[in-house]
Design a protein around this ligand. Sequence first.
Ligand SMILES: NC(=O)c1ccc[n+]([C@@H]2O[C@H](COP(=O)([O-])OP(=O)(O)OC[C@H]3O[C@@H](n4cnc5c(N)ncnc54)[C@H](O)[C@@H]3O)[C@@H](O)[C@H]2O)c1
Length: 402
Amino acid sequence: MKIAVVGLGYVGLPLAMALSQKFTVVGYDIDEQRVVELNEGLDSTNEFSSAEIKGAPISVITNDDKLLQDCVAFIVTVPTPITKDNTPDLSYLLAASATIGKYLKREDLVVYESTVYPGCTEEDCAPVLERVSGLQTDKDFYLGYSPERINPGDKSKPLVSIQKIIASKTSEGRALIKHVYESIITAGVYEAPSIKVAEAAKAVENAQRDINISFMNELALMFYKMNIDVHEVLKAAGTKWNFLPFKPGLVGGHCIGVDPHYLAWKAMQVGYIPKVILSGREVNEQMGIFLAEKMIAALAQKFGGEIKAKRVLILGFAFKPNCADTRNTKVIDVYHSLVKAGLLVDVYDPLVDAKKVSVEFGLQLTVQPLYPYDGIVLAVPHQIMLEAEDSAFASHELKISI
Ligand SMILES: NC(=O)c1ccc[n+]([C@@H]2O[C@H](COP(=O)([O-])OP(=O)(O)OC[C@H]3O[C@@H](n4cnc5c(N)ncnc54)[C@H](O)[C@@H]3O)[C@@H](O)[C@H]2O)c1
């Protein structure tokens, strides 16, 4: 079975590598630089070492779509971002569907792994596959959905160890998709009764996390005003057996802060305004500014109100600890707020791609912290950064986190 993985990012690369142990795999990505780097054994997402990439028997990694032509299964792992007004941006999904449509044959299988709203696979993607290929879904080719649940940066839960939800409408489609994933997922598969259920389940997993963190963030905002340490409150409350151990923090990235909008958008399309989901999003969006305000207040207290030109170090720029991904990072809000207050701000993150940060955020990361600083913001405390930091950091008296 020759399988194409379409989109070789955080989700597609590990999948292509795992599948290549059992199938012939074509890794396809439109990003030429990513393709060149992967062929050289370089993974800019920092998920795999050069030896791991070179050791995976992926038959070809390419940006030439012609190499998709004799594949019999296509798995789509392209981005699903939102636009500025929080509307789902399906452009990558639809473009990938059009590419696959060119090579789709009878009896082939197309599986979407990208996170979407319920209905997207059948109502938005399948029509593109049908239009371009001239074939009919569930009659000529099989359509499936299997959400990805990996957690980049967390080496303790590799792809194969996470149970995989799968769904397809026809029994032939279900048998095929089951065969593909059961071959690689040691944790097994869960057959959802429909593609819509599988799509909704994934969106809900991330929306639940977003809402739970938003409650913690609301507590952080409230208790800060009451001059009570929220972490001490959570520690005390956590001694009850059924108190959920969520923590306040910055919610950025491509998933937790984005997927709830997919669900909310779909809900609003059918006439329901999801108040809990949307208010959770609203709270989480404020936290970068809150963190900056906390630092500004602490500096004002330390220096008697005069904080202009004080030097502040922000530790971490990625959207979460131990990860190189900077998409939708909320640290940029912390940075802008501190600069706006007249502070001199250095941002240090040894994990992320400094060139990319410069292009995408107009921000030059500092190569090495230049102590002394008047205050340190622990924005995204990567493990390696904390371990490598010198005593100037460890003994610093003004370290601020949410
Ligand atoms: N990153 C995560 O933690 C994670 C976890 C679970 C699910 N997801 C979901 O998986 C999907 C992919 O996310 P990601 O983090 O891997 O994104 P990513 O940006 O890391 O990778 C996507 C890749 O797709 C490529 N691409 C874009 N359009 C393409 C096209 N038309 N044809 C071929 N390649 C194309 C891009 O160049 C990129 O390399 C999203 O829907 C996301 O929500 C992500």
